[in-house]
Design a protein around this ligand. Structure first.
Ligand code: PLP
Length: 388
């Protein structure tokens, strides 16, 4: 059975061109980039080339990019780094209630250490209201962190507006752009971000590598102490093959992004419309328009997301019931609850995320299989019987 992979938001397969570019850096060019002999400097040169490509993609300067072990580290670094560097000024952080766990859990950690965090609510589509951000600011606010697009429901936030508010108030603004970089245009400066998180494995690069953009002049405390790598902002010998792969992935994304976004948005809408038409008692989660081109998230009443997922798996179709990290937990998604969904609706949600190798035949197959799965599950569903 051919696998139909529709979970690109969880992770993307590494592009074959990326793998090819990485390979020599495991063997032929495996010197330590901190070594001053040419073998080490060759690796260093490859890192700098990749740094230039990542900077270029978000219209930043090379010195503003620090490589990390992924999006989670970039989020931790940004939030803890700013919090600890600005403790004398204030202890208040503003974020949203639909952030990725990498942001939410970091904020909760800081709350246990004396910081105060405001978690802004969102509207039924998952949008943060910039006026709520403005109203939440106090003279103790040191950081605002709102994600560029949500990984579960695909809603794209009014980041440029929030960035402007932060800039006017003289407060650092961080945005988690893990789901947008390489998929839609991201210009760090236009978004007003002082800090911006990225991850390679969401854009056909390898896992375990990411980056944090740090606008020139932004002071933050590093939380990796040791050597002097990354201009003393992040100690540890660099993941050279990973960074080189990230650079190649970014180069490919830059070439293909606009055409690919159009193709995916078309397939996304085919899938959304097909599901809403063919399965009754189904709703779209997330914004109908301000939405990532590859995200489909629906709640299907009277069935469990997990049951749909397992039945789809039997057909070779990979999807998700929320974010990858929470798929194994029975807690309903905090993002769906924040939209105002009931626990039952949140439990009956499915996310399909499309990508480079998604075809219209695959979308057609989902539209053929899922209504049958739902009909079968509903026929057995105690949820439906109690509704009638
Ligand atoms: N932020 C968002 C919005 C994400 O979707 C993810 C991954 O799911 C992360 C952060 C974490 O990135 P990484 O897996 O590279 O640590």
């Amino acid at each position: 059975m051919r696998r139909i992979y529709l979970d690109y938001a969880a992770t993307t397969p590494t592009h074959p061109e990326v793998v090819k570019t990485m390979l020599p850096y495991f063997s032929e060019v495996s010197g330590n980039p901190s070594s001053i002999y040419s073998y080490g400097q060759e690796a260093k040169g490859a890192i700098e080339e990749a740094r230039g490509k990542v900077a270029d993609l978000i219209r930043a300067q090379s010195e503003e990019i620090v490589f990390t072990s992924g999006g989670t580290e970039a989020d931790n670094f940004a939030i803890k780094g700013i919090a600890y560097a600005n403790e004398p000024k204030g202890n208040h952080i503003i974020t949203s209630s639909i952030e990725h766990h990498a942001v939410i859990e970091t904020c909760k950690f800081l709350e246990r250490r004396g910081f105060r965090v405001t978690y802004l609510s969102v509207d039924e589509y998952g949008l943060v209201d910039p006026d709520d951000v403005r109203r939440a600011i106090t003279d103790k606010t040191i950081l605002i962190s709102v994600m560029h697009a949500n990984n579960e429901i695909g809603t794209i936030e009014p980041i440029a507006e929030i960035g402007r508010i932060a800039r006017e108030a003289g407060i650092y603004f961080h945005t988690d752009a893990v789901q947008t970089v390489g998929h839609i245009p991201v210009n760090a400066d236009e978004l007003g971000a002082a800090l911006l998180s990225m991850s390679a494995h969401k854009l056909y690069g390898p896992k375990g590598v990411g980056a944090l953009y740090i606008r020139k002049g932004t002071k933050l405390i590093p939380f990796m102490h040791g050597g002097e790598q990354e201009r003393r902002r992040r100690a540890s010998t660099e993941n050279v093959p990973g960074i080189v792969g990230f650079g190649k992935a970014v180069e490919l994304a830059q070439q293909e992004m606009s055409e690919e976004a159009g193709r995916l948005a078309y397939l996304r809408d085919q899938l959304i419309n097909g599901l809403l038409e063919q399965i009754d008692h189904t709703r779209l989660n997330g914004h109908p328009v301000k939405r990532l081109p590859n995200n489909v998230n629906v709640s299907v009443d009277f069935v469990e997301g997990e049951s749909m997922l397992l039945n789809l798996d039997l057909e070779g179709i990979c999807a998700s019931t929320g974010s990858a990290c929470s798929s194994s937990s029975l807690e309903p998604s905090h993002v769906l609850l924040a939209l105002g969904l009931s626990h039952e609706q949140a439990h009956g949600s499915l996310r399909f995320s499309l990508g480079k190798w998604t075809t219209k035949e695959e979308i057609g197959r989902v539209l053929e299989v899922l209504p049958q799965i739902v009909a079968k599950l509903r026929a057995m569903s105690p949820l439906l019987k109690s509704h009638r």
